[in-house]
Design a protein around this ligand. Structure first.
Ligand SMILES: C[S@@+](CC[C@H](N)C(=O)[O-])C[C@H]1O[C@@H](n2cnc3c(N)ncnc32)[C@H](O)[C@@H]1O
Ligand SMILES: [Zn+2]
Length: 290
C-alpha cells in the first residue's frame, strides 16, 4: 500500500479516518494494520494489499485455504498473530471461494489480449487526464495499470485477494489496490474524476452500483461495459438492467451519455476458460459524463 493512499481511505464499518501501524515498509507499506479508533475495526495489510472487509474473520470464513496462505505469506510475527487469531474466530462455511477466485484470476490473465480491452483502451482516449480514478471489480489490474499511464492517482478495488496479488505485480507508483466490497464506503465522501465498472453488473446490484458511483462523481466520467448476462439462478441480481434502462438510469442520475456510446455496442470479449473451452461475450460500452 502506498502511504499516500491513507489520506483517501475510510473505515468501511463507520466511515472514520484510519490510523496505520506499519510492521514492514520500504517504498510501500508491505505489512501492517489499519485501525479505526472510532469503532475499533482492524484491517490487515498483507503483501502490500489492505484487506478492507468490515469483518475479516467472515472474509476468511468463505476463503478458508486463503487464510492459511495469508498466514504463510505474512513475514512479521505481529501479522501472523493477527491472521491466526482471526482464523480462530471464523465460523465454518462449506463453500471455499479460494480456488474459484484463483481460477478466474488465471482466466483473466489468459484473456488479456481479447479485443474488448483494446477497443476499450481506444475509447478511453476521449476521457480527459484525471486527478483521481477508481476501477471497481478490477480483477488482475489489466485496465487499472493502463489507466495509470495517463491519470494521476488510480485505485483498483476487488474482493479477490488472488486477483489483486496478480495486479500488484504490474507495479506502478501511482496505483494502489484494495480488497473491498464495491458498495462499501471505503472512500468516504471523496469525489472521483473517472470511475470504471467493467463486466460487474451481474455481480453487484446494478441500481445500487449506479447510485453509489453517482455520489462519487460531481464532475467526471463513468465508464461501464457489460454483456447483460444476468441469468444466474439464485445468485442473480434482483434488478437487472439492459442496454436501454442502463442509459435511462444514468440520465436520471444527471449523467449525459457520450454520443459515440449512445447506441448499444457489441464488442467481442473472449474468455479462455481452458484449452478446450472459450466463452464469447458481446459487451456494450457506455461512457457517461457529468
Ligand atoms: C467478471 S469479473 C470482471 C473483471 C474485469 N473488470 C474485466 O472486465 O476484465 C468481475 C470482478 O469483480 C469482482 N467482484 C464481484 N463482486 C464484487 C464485489 N461485491 N466487491 C468487489 N469486487 C467484486 C470479482 O472478484 C471479479 O474480479
Ligand atoms: Zn470504524
Amino acid at each position: 500500500m502506498l502511504e499516500s493512499s491513507l489520506h483517501f481511505l475510510r473505515c468501511v464499518g463507520c466511515g472514520s479516518k484510519l490510523e496505520i501501524d506499519a510492521f514492514m515498509a520500504d517504498k510501500e507499506i508491505e505489512e501492517g494494520i489499519l485501525e479505526c479508533k472510532n469503532c475499533n475495526l482492524l484491517f490487515p495489510i498483507v503483501e502490500k494489499i489492505p484487506i478492507m472487509w468490515n469483518d475479516f474473520p467472515i472474509y476468511l470464513a468463505s476463503r478458508r485455504s486463503l487464510g492459511g496462505m495469508l498466514y504463510g505469506l505474512a513475514k512479521t510475527s505481529k501479522l501472523k498473530n493477527f491472521i491466526k487469531s482471526s482464523l480462530s474466530k471464523t465460523v465454518h462455511v462449506h463453500d471455499d471461494r479460494t480456488m474459484l477466485e484463483e481460477r478466474w484470476s488465471n482466466i483473466y490473465q489468459n484473456s488479456k489480449t481479447s479485443k474488448f480491452y483494446s477497443v476499450l483502451k481506444n475509447n478511453l482516449d476521449s476521457v480527459e487526464k484525471s486527478r483521481l480514478v477508481v476501477e471497481y471489480g478490477c480483477s488482475i489490474g489489466t485496465v487499472t495499470s493502463f489507466l495509470a499511464e495517463f491519470h494521476n492517482t488510480v485505485f483498483g478495488i476487488d474482493r479477490s485477494f488472488a486477483a489483486l496479488r496478480q495486479a500488484k505485480q504490474l507495479h506502478k507508483n501511482n496505483v494502489d489496490y484494495f480488497v473491498s466490497d464495491i458498495l462499501s464506503p471505503l472512500f468516504g465522501s471523496s469525489k472521483f474524476d473517472l470511475v470504471l465498472a467493467l463486466n460487474i453488473l451481474e455481480l453487484v446490484e446494478p441500481v445500487e452500483l449506479l447510485n453509489h458511483v453517482s455520489k462519487q462523481i460531481s464532475s467526471g466520467y463513468f465508464v461501464i461495459a457489460d454483456p447483460y448476462d444476468f441469468d444466474r439462478g439464485e445468485n442473480s441480481v434482483k434488478k437487472p438492467l439492459d442496454e436501454k434502462t442502463l442509459r435511462t438510469n444514468l440520465k436520471n442520475l444527471g449523467f449525459e451519455i457520450l454520443s459515440k456510446t449512445e447506441n448499444p455496442s457489441h464488442i467481442p470479449w473472449t474468455l479462455h476458460l481452458n484449452y478446450r473451452a472459450t466463452l464469447h461475450y458481446e459487451v456494450d460500452l457506455v461512457i457517461a459524463k457529468k
